[in-house]
Design a protein around this ligand. Structure first.
Ligand SMILES: C[S@@+](CC[C@H](N)C(=O)[O-])C[C@H]1O[C@@H](n2cnc3c(N)ncnc32)[C@H](O)[C@@H]1O
Length: 302
């Protein structure tokens, strides 16, 4: 017997719904960041290539160009997103004007900074809310290459309820290119570049001790010319990082963004000098990324 079309439709509608309600996916993250790899296409702002070109310095959210030699905040933004989780502690052994700390607060991370110059520590402390200065940002006035800096960092970590930092930032003086102070402990006052490398290695070792196993470190540095010779400070320091036990993960080339003073007459003068002296004008610096292995690999000093 032929079934009427209208009856058939009713029968289908009465069938129980066997579809299972969609369960939200558990986030797929690495132990060292909050990037949900299920949605990796949503992170197009996170750089994954080795050439970083920024048109200008970010001067918003507490950042300013108030210190000759401070790095641009976009570097911290990129590194924190890749290598830290919310609430993690960033340890910066050359705190300067506090870029690492400002960006840590902006991004819900915390920070311990070590800086040699007391007047700079006092100035930078005023950039943070007083209550933030205990819970979220701790600034130590001290020598990052000294053997007692570890104890001072440990004290601050304890106040913050931690025993290790989760990310290390090293933005040392580029040897003697900028003199930061007259202090003999200042890495910009070394008598020779070899002495600079030795002191830098001490800092790298001190930082290594305070970093959680398996976590990352960034070295921000440029090279220099002196007396007609090129000094690859970046690769020299990279080697010292390796000696301290870090494994190299990436070498990123970053443009040095437009400096108004370098335009016009000055730029022409440098071009003339370059043509005359057989060298090239620096337009880049490096951001080198390292990882502390899960098991200690530090080579002994001797
Ligand atoms: C390149 S600057 C860092 C700038 C910083 N990243 C910023 O964005 O403001 C290097 C800093 O290291 C400091 N410094 C040099 N030798 C040091 C040492 N032995 N211990 C701690 N800080 C040191 C200098 O005073 C200077 O402020």
């Amino acid at each position: 017997m032929a079934v009427k079309k209208s009856n058939l439709k009713t029968k289908i509608q009465q069938k129980p719904d066997l579809r299972v309600a969609e369960v939200p996916k558990k986030p797929l993250t690495k132990p060292y960041n909050d990037i949900d790899l299920n949605n990796w296409k949503d992170y197009s702002h996170v750089l994954t290539d080795t050439l970083w070109e920024f048109q200008s310095r970010d001067k918003s959210n507490g950042h300013s160009y108030d210190y000759h030699g401070n790095y641009i905040p976009q570097i911290a933004q990129q590194l924190y997103e890749r290598f830290t989780k919310k609430g993690d502690i960033v340890l910066d052994m050359f705190f300067g004007s506090g870029t690492s700390g400002i960006e840590a607060v902006n991004m819900g991370r915390r920070c311990i900074g070590v800086e040699l110059k007391q007047e700079l520590v006092d100035y930078v402390s005023n950039k943070f809310e007083p209550k933030t200065l205990v819970t979220d940002v701790n600034i130590i006035c001290g020598d990052s290459a000294s053997s007692d800096i570890g104890v001072k960092i440990q004290d601050r970590l304890a106040v913050m309820g931690a025993d290790k930092a989760q990310f290390l930032v090293l933005h040392p003086p580029y040897d003697d290119i900028i003199k930061f102070s007259d202090k003999k402990e200042d890495l910009s006052n070394c008598a020779t570049t070899d002495e600079f490398y030795d002191l830098f290695e001490e800092v790298a070792r001190n930082g290594y001790e305070q970093l959680e196993n398996g976590r990352f470190a960034a070295l921000i540095i440029g090279d220099k010319y002196a007396k007609g010779e090129y000094y690859p400070l970046s690769f020299g320091c990279m080697e010292r990082m390796n000696r301290a036990g870090f494994v190299t993960k990436a070498i990123i080339v970053k443009n040095i963004e437009g400096n108004e003073k370098a335009k016009g007459k000055q730029a022409n003068l440098w071009r003339y000098r370059a043509l005359y002296g057989g060298f090239y004008i620096f337009k880049h610096e490096y951001i080198m990324v390292f990882q502390k292995p899960l098991k200690n690999k530090a080579k002994s000093l001797h």
